[in-house]
Write a protein that binds this ligand. Structure first.
Ligand SMILES: CC(C)(COP(=O)(O)OP(=O)(O)OC[C@H]1O[C@@H](n2cnc3c(N)ncnc32)[C@H](O)[C@@H]1OP(=O)(O)O)[C@@H](O)C(=O)NCCC(=O)NCCS
Length: 136
């Protein structure tokens, strides 16, 4: 499931990271988004923070196409890896990223990232890192 963040964090993304974020619109309504950024000191990486698609628009390849659109942008031309973290129970997200790796004819490697003990408050699933690439 998607962690909801504050409106302020999404506004920061629109102000400072708009080159690496994507929105999909239908009839003037936002029906999907990808938030991503290039991690400092890792010029070869594009890190995808969140991808979400309106329930009505799911399973139409919108998630996949937004990610491909992002990778096709000039700003990603030197990116060799797309990284993200995902909860192990999020099968839709796992499958989406393995499908992306498959379509790009490249690998998807999993490694530990943020164990659940690092999350304060209510129990939070661990976040596993997926590293897709090489892309070029
Ligand atoms: C994950 C999510 C973005 C996928 O978006 P989508 O536009 O429906 O995905 P696509 O249509 O591009 O699917 C591409 C592939 O991903 C896999 N996939 C997508 N949704 C799936 C699901 N519910 N169950 C299993 N596999 C799924 C399939 O392999 C699919 O290819 P196929 O339809 O040809 O079988 C969407 O389900 C969503 O918004 N979920 C809630 C938010 C979330 O959990 N985001 C991820 C963590 S940030």
């Amino acid at each position: 499931m998607l962690d909801l963040n504050s409106a302020y964090s999404y506004l920061l993304l629109t102000k400072y990271y708009c080159d690496t974020c994507v929105v999909a619109e239908a009839d003037g309504k936002i029906v999907g988004f990808v938030s991503a950024f290039q991690p400092p000191r890792q010029a070869e990486v594009i890190f995808v923070w969140q991808v979400a698609v309106d329930e009505e628009f799911r399973r139409r390849r919108l998630g996949l196409n937004m990610l491909k659109h992002l990778l096709a942008r000039e700003i990603c031309s030197n990116c060799r890896y797309l990284e993200l973290t995902v909860n192990p129970s999020n099968h839709a997200a796992f499958n989406l990223y393995y499908q992306l790796a498959h379509d790009l004819k490249t690998s998807c490697v999993e490694e530990e990232c943020f164990p659940s003990r690092l999350f304060p408050g209510e129990k939070h699933e661990e976040e596993v890192m997926l590293r897709i690439g090489p892309l070029i």
